[in-house]
Design a protein around this ligand. Structure first.
Ligand code: SAM
Ligand code: DTB
Ligand code: SF4
Length: 346
């Protein structure tokens, strides 16, 4: 790992010039920085679970869970602790090292805080890292979550401050920044990123990376989501994201935030293997692993195992490389799914 200091006074022009470099030059630069700071052949894997689905009062125009849009999701109350522990165990058995619990809340209430604290304790007890994404938090609530050992809090800025107003009207960019500050002040690691495909311009993507990189402390984790076009939301008919532009954003995030984990997040199931490989080359080193995200589908586990094995990318979990290797020779995905996971060290 390099000891280079982190730069957090990026100008828009510096990042814009980089974003617009010839593609090969940008990827070369990003990959060099990636190698200086990370193992280029290793990724971190997280599994997501929706602990409370739908009925959210916010109006985020991309979201299946907003009460304002007629989407085809199953509304669910907050799930019981036993269900969460069961799924966390499954996630660990499948190879995840971090378990992220998401709730369709505008903000955390104190009665929900008590429930979430039990969830964090239970999941940590399994030896998994914990992450939650629960909407806005007060400073005191962030301290309470820290007191039970929460590792990460996910709270995305989604896009530039200017474009954000078009995407969400029920809260401000500053509200998001305030929660991120409370998380940071409490000593919880910050997971903060955005979405590509909201109808934003290149400059909005550049400014998102600028805001993230210029935070006093850069987020430890930076999820870059590709919009999942959910039927019934205002963004269901958005234009497809240009794949090279998406890869450019990954590269820019890597260059501007050399030490952060850049997560290739939602929308991976619409990316082919070659595109994902280029994203890993450009500096992505984390993924959501598991059949589902929150309400939409993810790339399948058997597909991911085959991809990671083909690329000879190791994970920080218990995905057994030798088991996968058996499969590449036969290239038989059905057989792959039958291979038992080694649970000896669970
Ligand atoms: N309600 C909380 C909040 O908004 O912070 C937590 C859950 S919310 C679903 C978590 C994040 O998922 C959002 O901030 C957004 O970046 C991402 N997300 C939601 N719907 C998405 C979609 N259709 N495509 C891509 N990313 C999405
Ligand atoms: C993040 O940046 N992406 C994840 C996680 N953080 C919570 C959520 C993606 C949600 C995709 C749409 C859905 O499944 O509802
Ligand atoms: Fe609610 Fe979060 Fe969806 Fe916005 S992104 S509607 S806050 S669940």
């Amino acid at each position: 790992m390099s000891n280079q200091t982190i730069k957090n006074n990026w100008t828009t022009k510096e990042l814009e010039d980089m974003y617009n470099m010839p593609f090969n030059d940008l990827l070369w630069k990003a990959h060099e920085i990636h190698r200086e700071n990370h193992d280029p052949n290793k990724i971190q894997i997280s599994t997501l679970m929706s602990i409370k689905t739908g009925g959210c009062p916010e109006d985020c125009k991309y979201c299946s869970q907003s009460i304002r849009y007629d989407t085809d999701i199953n509304l669910e109350k907050t799930l019981p602790l036993s269900e969460i522990i069961k799924q966390a165990k499954d996630a660990k058995n499948t190879g995840a090292t971090r378990f992220c619990m998401g709730a369709a809340w505008r903000n955390l209430t104190n009665s929900n805080l008590a429930k979430v604290k039990e969830m964090v304790k239970g999941v940590k007890g399994l030896g998994l890292e914990t992450c939650v994404t629960l909407g806005m938090l007060t400073k005191n609530q962030a301290d309470e979550l820290k007191s039970v050992g929460l590792d990460y809090y996910n709270h995305n800025l989604d896009t530039s401050e200017e474009y954000y107003k078009k995407v969400v009207t029920t809260r401000t960019y500053q509200d998001r920044l305030d929660t991120i500050q409370h998380v940071r002040d409490a000593g919880i690691k910050v997971c903060c990123g955005g979405i590509i495909g909201l109808g934003e311009d290149g400059i909005d993507r550049i400014k998102l990376i600028q805001v993230l990189a210029n935070l006093d402390e850069q987020p430890e984790s930076v999820p870059i989501n590709k919009l999942v076009k959910v039927e019934g939301t205002p963004y269901s008919g958005n234009l497809n994201v240009d794949e090279f532009d998406f890869i450019r954003v990954i590269a820019l995030a890597r260059i501007a935030m050399p030490k952060s984990y850049v997560r290739l997040s939602a929308g991976r199931d619409t990316m082919n293997d070659q595109m994902q490989a280029l994203c890993f080359f450009a500096g992505a080193n984390s993924i959501f692993y598991g059949e589902e995200l929150l309400t939409t589908k993810n790339s399948t586990i058997k597909h991911d195992r085959k991809l990671l094995n083909n690329l000879k990318i190791k994970t920080d979990g218990h995905i057994e490389q030798d088991q996968c290797a058996l499969e590449t020779t036969s290239d038989n995905l059905t057989k792959l799914s039958d291979i038992p996971i080694n649970t000896s060290n669970l």
